[in-house]
Design a protein around this ligand. Structure first.
Ligand code: HEC
Ligand SMILES: [Cu+2]
Length: 354
């Protein structure tokens, strides 16, 4: 059969170009991507991906070229009825397509091993910030042991500082993933993992859990907020000198309600009722806090694992019915337990935490 001579090459080319442009445009709108690295770890990983990709593109072109050549060169011609020479096995070809892929794999393996070891090395020294990341169903706990800070869902880091992460889990498998800064790393119950990253530019980098961990897995998001050293110090101070005194009569009401209904789970550093160590109910079955630490809540951009904005309306909606917003969450629904005015008072109190 003859090869059809007129394929719509131009239309195919245009289609591919349009699809490519659309993909690029989408990258600009979706910042949660590994294609715009904001630090050395992600940059190294993107470089590895690109290197492998270009080798694969080369192989693809060579294989398709040979296939095309064979199809054209050995096609059936009109009137030609002779049976071609039948061949079986060709030592030279067999050697060629064993040795060439082997060499290509070595070429990919060398930088992969080199970068793997570089990225696996623990970062130590006075300029390294240690942060413990604990995966919870369905939120992220961030502990800064050297700064005495325990917070949730928003990790602040100074630009230009290496951050050594210890990853743990309070319950099931999760996977910590902030594509602009580094690849995924699992949080495994009872088995701490480590990784590091560094942001070389300020910014807010979104991430999320990348390992299915139950009903609300897709709501387990987070932000890494990379700031100048001065801004970072300001944030640290907010935690080290927390002001948790209610300022208005409403907030005072709210503080009392909070102590009754919420302090069984949530810690607020500096609150009159808060004890150290934490109470039994504030500590979960595996020794990790059972709920996010709400100290300095007004400094948060988001609530509930970065799925809500830190606004009065989202906050009261969350207090009213967290179950509707995040199915299966440990936090109970307060609809019918607290009146709307009481929920508003609690929100007033929480918004005053600086
Ligand atoms: C039984 C434990 C429990 C109780 C009681 C509880 N919560 Fe929660 N709360 C949680 C858990 C767990 C989360 C994390 C939800 C998630 O994102 O997966 C949470 C999340 C929150 C958040 C979002 C925190 C953040 O960092 O984004 C706020 C705000 C909050 N709770 C307020 C309250 C208030 C106010 C009350 C009392 C009216 C209350 N909670 C009672 C367990 C509890
Ligand atoms: Cu998950």
């Amino acid at each position: 059969m003859a090869l059809r001579p007129r394929l719509p090459w131009r239309r195919l080319g245009l289609g591919a170009a349009t699809a490519g442009l659309a993909a690029l445009a989408a990258c600009g709108r979706v910042p949660q991507t590994a294609l715009h690295p904001a630090g050395p770890v992600a940059a190294l990983e993107l470089h590895l991906m690109a290197e492998s990709l270009w080798i694969m593109v080369g192989v693809f072109i060579v294989v398709l070229g040979l296939l095309g050549y064979a199809l054209v060169r050995f096609r059936e011609r009109p009137g030609d009825t002779h049976v071609p020479k039948q061949v079986e096995g060709n030592l030279r070809l067999e050697l060629l397509w064993t040795v060439v892929p082997f060499i290509l794999l070595i070429i990919i393996a060398i930088p992969t091993f080199r970068d793997n070891f570089a990225l696996a090395a623990d970062q130590t020294g006075s300029n390294v910030l240690d942060v413990t990341v604990v995966g919870h169903q369905w939120w992220w706990e961030f502990d800064y042991p050297s700064l005495g800070i325990v917070t949730a869902d928003e990790m602040h880091i100074p630009v230009g500082t290496r951050v050594e992460l210890t990853l743990e889990s309070a319950d099931v498998l999760h996977s910590f993933w902030v594509p602009a800064l580094a690849g995924k790393e699992d949080t495994v119950p009872g088995h701490p993992n480590t990784m590091w990253f560094e942001a070389t530019q300020p910014g807010t980098f979104p991430g999320q859990c990348a390992e299915f961990c139950g009903t609300s897995h897709s709501d387990m998001r987070l932000l890494v907020i990379a700031q100048s050293q001065a801004q970072f110090q300001q944030w640290v101070q907010g935690f080290q000198q927390p002001d948790s005194t209610p300022q208005t009569p409403q907030a005072q009401q709210g503080a009392q309600l909070f102590q009754t209904y919420c302090a069984t789970c949530h810690v607020i550093d500096g609150a009159a009722w808060q004890t150290t160590p934490l109470t039994k109910s504030q500590t979960g079955p595996t020794g990790f806090p059972i709920a996010p630490n709400l100290t300095d809540l007004s400094a948060h951009q988001t609530l509930a694992a970065a799925t809500l904005a830190n606004t009065t309306s989202d906050l009261t909606e969350w207090i009213d019915n967290a179950q509707a917003l995040m199915p299966g969450v440990i936090m109970p629904t307060f609809q019918g337990v607290l009146t709307q005015a009481q929920e508003q008072d609690v929100a007033d109190y929480l918004e005053g935490l600086t």
